[in-house]
Design a protein around this ligand. Sequence first.
Ligand code: ZN
Length: 345
Amino acid sequence: MEKIGEKIKRIRKENEWSQTAILPRQQSLVSQIEKGTIKNPGKEILEKIAENLEMNFEELIAQTDWDRNKEQKIDDAQYGFSRYNLSVELRKTGQIVTKMKAFPRYNEAGDVNKYDPETGHELITNCTYDDCGRNIEKSSQQYCMSCGEELMEVLDFAGVESSGMSIDTLKALNKNKFLRFHPRIDEFDFWYNRQSNDNELKKISKLKEELQKYMEEYASLAEDEYGGEPNAGDINNGGELNIRLGNCIWTETQEGYEIDLWPDQHSWGSIYISGTEYFKGTKSSHPHVKKWWSEHQKALLILEEVRRHLLEYRAQIESTPDYAENDKDGPDIAGLLKDIEDEPF
Ligand SMILES: [Zn+2]
């Protein structure tokens, strides 16, 4: 019995067809099937291939190891992206570059990598804006190549009922992300000047502390309807806790905090988010909860990473013998003078 990939390759070679010819624009997918990286491709893909090999599906799978019970749902995505996980780079120009972390779509055995191993969030493989659906093809890709939308920004609206918030409103709101806690480099000699590096480190560390405090404060605002602190019992019982989050207008009432208006609502009314929902963090199905945690966790991650990069530059500065020359405090003049004085003529 022939392997399905081998059969495809054999027939293709016999006819001197290219991989692109049997699946236009999906050359890499053909390659993966032929190599056996994808062992049991789905029927739909095989039907397309069969057509281009000028045969029908049944003829193609005849006398091969293809098993219709093990059909792999495949697409031609090369990478899965984590929307809640970033790689952060601090360039010598002071530019902070953030990108969604990318993971290969398949491992060597052809198994699909579905979740981010670092955060447990589902990886996305295509643009989720409206019904675009275009696959993500490069690990450095930040925008959809079909519709130009930013891939990281669009959150999944499945399961959201009450908010009625449009995706455009959410995207507009997301544009303000990190406004308060987004790090910025002010002293551009941070990578060779010890003093500037120190200043930047202090600034970033302070920002990180502030953000952590802010996040803790917000967590403590997950109060029950009598204004008390949330407790494990309330949360476990799914008790309705009134939460206030960023981007919403709220009032403090005798009963606690009441959210009066979500940004997309045009009439006054109250919407409560349960504490249970709030503490689901980025795994919540509520867009506000998800967005709030996503933004703040990402901001925290960026600050941590920028701090780590600054420390790396600092280690480089310290391992360079003449780094003191770049030190704003200047060389130790008194020490030098003393050395000269002590020197016998
Ligand atoms: Zn798109």
